[in-house]
Ligand binder design. Structure first.
Ligand code: AMP
Length: 191
């Protein structure tokens, strides 16, 4: 199974690129944000708990997130590939992912950081908010999520750099340009 981690700030285009990769390669697109929002929609006890964090723009606590992810991974273990979109978001999640993949005889085959400047991210997220009606795409929550990204998520970059697994593409031109650059990286995965 091929494991791809799409990394990047909110609004960097992980969701869009994840869907395109999934379509081209027949991999499963595992967006933790989408997964959590689905649980909230169900109205379950877990969903209610999750909503407290998401609606404020906070990260769901590591322990809760990791146990949800572990269950999901068990379901999809026979897929041709999995694209992680939105996970890991903290160093401890990155460590957890390595451990859980290893337990299943797997490893990250490609990690890609999709980079975009903050002013572009803010513009995209505000535009998305007017269309998607996501509870966390409001101006203040967007700024908070970007702050949390800088503090909690960005340090993961070093974690992958130290282990020579870091790759990046810039997402400033078209969706197609970014996709082409990612496909280039996927085509060079050593199997
Ligand atoms: P996203 O759709 O990836 O922007 O995620 C939306 C929200 O879901 C985030 O702002 C967090 O509240 C929550 N979330 C998604 N992935 C994670 C994660 N790996 N760890 C903690 N919270 C997450």
């Amino acid at each position: 199974m091929t494991i791809i981690v799409l990394f990047g700030a909110p609004g960097s285009g992980k969701g869009t690129q994840g869907a395109l990769i999934a379509e081209k390669y027949g991999f499963l697109h595992l967006s933790t944000g989408l997964m959590l929002r689905d649980e909230v929609k169900k109205g379950s006890e877990l969903g209610k708990e999750i909503d407290k964090y998401i609606s404020k723009g906070d990260l769901v606590p590591n322990e809760m997130m990791c146990s949800i992810l572990k269950e999901e991974l068990n379901i999809y273990i026979n897929e041709k590939g999995i694209i992680f979109d939105g996970f890991p978001r903290t160093i401890s999640q990155a460590e957890f992912l390595d451990i859980i993949l290893k337990e299943n005889g797997l490893k990250i085959d490609l990690m890609v950081d999709i980079q975009a400047d903050e002013d572009i991210l803010i513009k995209r997220l505000i535009k998305r908010g007017t269309m998607s009606h996501r509870s966390d795409d409001t101006h203040d929550t967007i700024l908070k999520r970007l702050k949390i990204y800088e503090k909690e998520t960005k340090p993961i970059i070093d974690y992958y750099k130290k282990t020579n697994r870091y790759n990046s593409v810039v997402s400033i031109n078209s969706i197609e340009d970014t996709f082409e650059n990612i496909v280039n990286l996927i085509e060079h995965i050593e199997m």
